[in-house]
Design a protein around this ligand. Structure first.
Ligand code: ATP
Ligand code: MG
Length: 390
């Protein structure tokens, strides 16, 4: 009989009145991701979303992997459908979960019965299947409170389903319930992780990248687009705004003190990102900054970049150690790409002795001879938009 996927909802179960809207988003997001794997039926009953392949051409493994990256899902499991008959159910458990039962030390059977016309109660069915399994696997101890392995049986409208303990899902909330943010994506380790963390909270994430051709190579830009592509299975459809930044950097180098260069450059990035956010109805920026990691990430430096921002700046990795960020980056699969050795526009003109405690007033003074609005306008006008989808 056919195999299906069950998604257990996470935190959204707590959302009271909004619950229905959250479920709709989750199902819509699941459907969009499943499209390229064939024809699947998606529906929700009692906080569980069911993913059923409709024919034998479906790529079930592909679908399983995609659902493991779907935000809003706390746990997921594969289940086998069988006839609604106690012995068919028992045979299905033995065949489908036999290997896992053979490895376990203790177990129990838990039954949910949606079809109230089924001739046994949930407890009777659990007792029957549990008793027979105990005979078939005599090494197993029945443990109702802390079993190592739980056999789940569900008797539904048309079929019965059998499944084991769920594996961990991507967690968080369904993309689209939390508004829209613009993530400053560099080629480093931190900003892809920061983008992922905000998307996890149900926020649609678009990206913005600043590049300094010919000081940085086309490969450096391609690397950043690759990072964005690696995030798409989590974030869904996203737009990467690629901003030409060379002219601003050359202007800064010509007319501003070298030791303030990095922070002045960061202020321009923020100004441009805010413009893009405002033009596109985006509510916040996201950066991969972490307190104290480098000279431009002191509290003083953050105050100086915040001073030019017109939308809130979210810094999800602000309190994390590099080690912790690297761990997430490995888990989500961006690490190997992040460490490829291409230069970033920030590293091209790095000052020898950057100021770690800049003051807003001295930055304003350093910017005095620049036509800030014109520089921002020109950069925004030169933006190239790259749309990425599954
Ligand atoms: P990352 O690992 O994300 O590159 P980092 O530790 O190298 O971060 P910085 O280079 O100081 O730190 O950059 C801090 C943040 O500024 C980045 O996390 C990113 O959000 C943003 N940023 C830096 N360079 C760029 C760029 N070229 N384009 C877009 N955003 C950038
Ligand atoms: Mg960087």
């Amino acid at each position: 009989m056919k195999e299906i996927i069950l998604l257990k909802q996470g935190e959204m179960v707590l959302k009271g009145l909004n619950r229905r809207a959250f479920e709709e988003k989750l199902m819509g997001n699941a459907k969009r991701r499943l499209k390229k794997y064939g024809s699947f039926k998606v529906y929700t009953r009692q906080s569980t979303t069911y993913i059923e392949p409709q024919d034998e051409f479906c790529d079930f493994e592909g679908a399983w992997e995609a659902m493991g990256k779907l935000f809003g899902v706390a746990g997921l499991c594969r289940a086998r459908a069988c006839a609604k008959d106690k012995d068919a159910i028992l045979e299905c458990v033995k065949e489908y979960l036999g290997d896992q039962l053979a490895m376990a030390r203790s177990f129990k059977v838990e039954t949910k019965r949606a079809d109230k016309t089924f001739p046994m109660t949930s407890i009777q069915l659990s007792q029957y299947v549990g008793g027979e399994l105990h005979d078939a696997y005599p090494h197993l101890i029945v443990d109702m409170h802390h079993p190592q392995f739980t056999v789940h049986v569900e008797v539904r409208d048309f079929d019965a389903f059998v499944h084991a303990n769920p594996t961990e899902g991507a967690g968080g909330l369904p993309i689209g319930v939390g508004g829209r943010a613009l993530s400053l994506l560099s080629g480093g380790i931190d900003s892809p992780v920061a983008s992922w963390m905000i998307a996890k909270r149900g926020v649609i994430v678009d990206m913005i990248h600043f590049y300094s051709y010919p000081y940085t190579s086309p490969e450096a830009k391609e690397k950043v687009l690759d990072l964005a592509r690696l995030l798409v299975p989590y974030t869904g459809k996203t737009c990467v705004h690629v901003v030409p930044f060379t002219k601003i950097q050359e202007e800064l180098r010509r007319s501003c003190p070298e030791n303030l260069f990095t922070i002045l450059m960061r202020r321009f990035m923020m100004r441009i990102a805010c413009r893009v956010a405002e033009k596109n109805g985006i509510q916040a920026l996201v950066t991969g900054e972490s307190v104290g990691q480098v000279a431009s990430q002191t509290l003083e430096a953050m105050a100086c970049t915040n001073a030019v921002c017109t939308v809130p700046v979210l810094r999800p990795v602000v309190g994390m150690d590099k080690e912790e960020i690297v761990r997430i980056s490995r888990k989500i699969g961006t690490f190997e790409t992040s460490i490829l050795p291409y230069e970033d526009c920030c590293t091209v003109f790095t000052p020898k002795h950057p100021r770690t405690k800049p003051k807003v007033e001295e930055l304003v003074e350093a910017e005095q001879n620049l036509d800030i609005d014109a520089l921002v306008e020109e950069a925004v006008a030169g933006i190239e938009r790259v749309l990425l989808d599954f």
